[in-house]
Ligand binder design. Sequence first.
Ligand code: HEC
Ligand code: HEC
Ligand code: HEC
Ligand code: HEC
Ligand code: HEC
Ligand code: HEC
Ligand code: HEC
Ligand code: HEC
Length: 508
Amino acid sequence: MPALLTQRLFFWGAGAIVVASLLMVIWPGTAQAFTHYLQAAYSPYPNIPNSRIDNCSLCHQTDTVNWPGLNRFGQDYASHGYSFAAISGLDSDNDSYTNQAELTALSFPGNFTDRPLSVSGRPYPLYLPIVFKKPLPVSNGQYVVLAWNDLGMHCMDPSYEDFAVLPPFNTLWAQVIRRGKEPDVVTNKVTVEYKIIDNSYSVIKTNFWHYAHQLFNLPKPLPPNVGLAGFGLNGQMHTSGDHFVAEGIPLTEYRDSDRTTPYPYQLAEVVAKDQDGNILASTQTVAPISTEMNCQNCHTDNGQGNPGIATGVLKQNILTWHDAEEGTHLMDNRPVLCANCHSSNALGLPGTADVPNLSLAMHRKHQPLDDFTMEGTCYQCHPGPDTKCLRGAMYQNGETCQSCHGNMADVANPSRRPWLDEPRCTQCHDAAHGENPNKLYRFSTGHGGVYCQACHGSQHAIYPSIEPNDNIQSVLQQGHAGTLSKCTVCHTRVPDEDEGPHQGDDDD
Ligand code: HEC
Ligand code: HEC
Ligand code: HEC
Ligand code: HEC
Ligand code: HEC
Ligand code: HEC
Ligand code: HEC
Ligand code: HEC
C-alpha cells in the first residue's frame, strides 16, 4: 500500500473514490480486486450503487491513521466467508441496528456513530454521525474514568422572553478508578476535564443570556456561555468527595455543525489527567437536553388550555390565562420565572407562602387531562414523542412513566416532595439491587464505592438504551452495550465472579 499517498488523500466518503481511482492508476489489477468487494454488495443490496455508502468506508476504517484497516463490518465480512447473507443478522458496529437494517437504510454498518434516520415523528436526525472523531485512549492501563449525567433528561425552555420553567442546566458526574487487584476510587492528584463534542458555545442558540440576569435576579449579568453554577461548555470538573462534578453546564440542543436541527442526546468527552497533564483515561457519555415541552398541544390561540385567549404567542397565552384565573400580573412582569412564586427543589427556590410548588401546581391543574398513557399524558409536557426520554432497559421491558411514578394523581399528591420523593429500583427489584437507604438512585453507590449510575447509567436511560449514544460508554469501556459488567475494566486480575457486583457481601 502507498501508505503516504492514502494518508494524505483519504478522507470520509468522497475521499474513498479518490483513493480508489489512484489505486487503479498505480495498480490496476489490485484496485479491481478491491472494488470487487464493494460490487459484491450490489446484488444483495441493489439500493447501494451511487448511494452515500457506495464507497470503501463500507468495510474500511475512515481515518488516515488506520486506513486501510477493516472496520468491524469488514472484519465480520472477511471472517464469515465473504458472505453478506451470513452477517446480515449481526450488528457489527454495536449501534443496536443489524447490518441488514443499516444496509437497507443506507447507513454504515461498520460505523458506530452512523445509524439509520428516524422514520417517524418530527425528523430528528438522531442517527447522523455527530463528528467523525477517533476517541481518545480509554485507559493508559492504570486508570479508567466513568462519567454520566445525573438526570436521565434535562428540559429547558425553547426561549426566555416571556417565562422560564427551567434554565439550560446539565450536570455531569465522573469517577476515576485506579485499576488494580483491588481497584481504588481516586480523586487526589487527578484532574478531570470535560467538553461537549461539537458544541462549544450556546449564546446564539438560545436567548437565555439576554434574560438570565432578570429571571434569576443575579447581582451581575451572567457571562456568555457560562451557566448558573459557573461552569461552561468545557472546562475542569470540581472534586466533590468521591467523585468529580460539572454542575449546570448551559448546554443547548444545537450542535456547532447544525444549528437548526435539535439533537437531544449530545455527547460529552471526559478526560482524566495527571498533574503533568498526561492523559490517564477518557470516556464519552450522553448529556441529554430537550426543549420538547409540548405546551402548544393545548395552549395555542383559543386552545383548550386558554379558552377565549389569543395573543398570537404561545407563552403569552399561558401567562394571560394565569393572570385571568389567579389575578396575577405576569404579563406585565415578563420575563417571569415560575419558581419565583411556585417553589422548586430543582432550582432550590423557596417560592411564596401559600402558593403550591411548581410540580404540584402543574400536575394538579392538568390532572383532568390524564388518559393514563405515557404518550397521551406525560409526553404532553415531558420530552416527548420525538425525544423519547424514557429509553433504557425498563422501557425495553415494557415499562412506562406510570409503572414507576404512578399517574397524574400520584405525581400531584400534595404530600410528595418533588425531586426528592422519587421512584426506587426496589419497587421491582430486590434489596440487593436497590439504592442506599434514604438516598436517591443518583446519590447511591454500590460495588466498591462506585456509583450505581457509573455501571447502569442515568434513570430513564438504564443500560442498554434504545438511543445508541447512551451505549457508547459501555462499548468504549468493555466492547459491548449494556450494564458495565466486565470485571477487568477496573480489576487487573479477574476476580472471583461469585463476589462481583451484587453477588458477594460487599458494599451493596
Ligand atoms: C465489502 C467489504 C469491502 C469493501 C466495500 C472494500 N473492501 Fe477492501 N478489503 C476488504 C477485506 C475483507 C479485505 C482484507 C483482505 C481480504 O480478505 O481479501 C480488504 C483489503 C483491502 C486492502 C488491502 C489491505 C491490506 O492491509 O492488505 C486494500 C488496500 C483495500 N481493501 C482497498 C479497498 C478499496 C480502495 C475499496 C473501495 C474501492 C475497498 N477496499 C472496498 C473488504 C472490503
Ligand atoms: C393536553 C393539553 C395541555 C397541555 C399539553 C398543557 N396544558 Fe396547560 N392547561 C390545559 C388545560 C385544559 C388547562 C385548564 C384550563 C381551564 O382551567 O379551563 C390548562 C391550564 C394551564 C395553566 C393555568 C393555571 C391556572 O392559573 O389556572 C397554566 C399556567 C398552564 N396550563 C401551563 C402549561 C404549560 C407551561 C404547559 C407546557 C409545559 C402546558 N400547560 C401544557 C391543557 C394543557
Ligand atoms: C407572582 C407569583 C406567580 C408566578 C410568577 C407564577 N404563579 Fe402560578 N400561581 C400563583 C398563584 C398565587 C396561584 C394560585 C394558587 C392557589 O390557588 O392556591 C397560581 C396558580 C397556578 C396554577 C394552578 C394551580 C392549581 O393547583 O390549580 C398553575 C398550573 C400555575 N400557577 C402555573 C404557573 C406557571 C407555569 C408559572 C410560570 C409561567 C407560574 N404559575 C407563575 C402565582 C404565581
Ligand atoms: C401539563 C404538563 C405536564 C404533564 C402532563 C406532566 N408533567 Fe411532570 N412536570 C411538569 C413540569 C412543568 C415540571 C417541572 C416542575 C419543577 O421544575 O419543579 C414537571 C416535573 C415532574 C417531575 C419532577 C418533579 C417531581 O414532582 O418530582 C416528575 C417526577 C414528573 N414531572 C412526572 C410526571 C409524570 C409521571 C407525568 C405523567 C403521569 C407527568 N409528569 C406529566 C409538567 C407536566
Ligand atoms: C424504571 C422507573 C422509571 C420510569 C419508567 C420513569 N422514571 Fe422518572 N424517575 C425514576 C427515578 C428512579 C427518578 C429519580 C432518580 C434520582 O433522582 O436519583 C426519576 C426522576 C424523574 C424526574 C426528575 C428529574 C430526573 O430526571 O431525575 C422526572 C421529571 C421524571 N422522572 C419523569 C419521568 C417521565 C416523564 C417518565 C416517562 C416518560 C419517567 N420518569 C419514567 C424512575 C423512573
Ligand atoms: C416498574 C418496575 C421496575 C423498576 C422500578 C425498575 N426496574 Fe429494572 N427491570 C424491570 C423489569 C421488568 C426488567 C426485566 C426483567 C428482569 O431482568 O428482571 C428489568 C431489568 C433491569 C436490568 C437488566 C437490564 C438488562 O437487560 O441487562 C437492570 C440493570 C435494571 N432493571 C436496573 C434497574 C435500576 C437501576 C432501577 C432503579 C433506577 C430499576 N431497574 C427499576 C422493572 C423495573
Ligand atoms: C460495578 C458495577 C455496578 C455497580 C456500581 C452497580 N451495579 Fe447493579 N448490576 C451490575 C451488574 C454487572 C449487574 C448484572 C448482574 C446481576 O444481576 O447481579 C447488575 C444488576 C442490577 C440490577 C438488575 C437486577 C436484575 O434483576 O436483573 C439492578 C436493579 C441493579 N443492578 C441496581 C443497582 C443499584 C441500585 C446500584 C447502586 C446502589 C447498582 N446496581 C450498582 C453492576 C453494577
Ligand atoms: C467500575 C469498576 C469495577 C468493576 C467493573 C468491578 N469492580 Fe470489583 N471492585 C471495584 C472497586 C473500586 C473495589 C474496591 C476495592 C477495595 O476494597 O478497596 C472492588 C472490589 C472487589 C472485590 C473485593 C476485593 C477485595 O479484595 O477487597 C471483589 C471480589 C470484586 N471487586 C469482584 C468483582 C467482580 C467479580 C467484578 C465483575 C463481575 C467486578 N468486581 C467489577 C471496582 C470494580
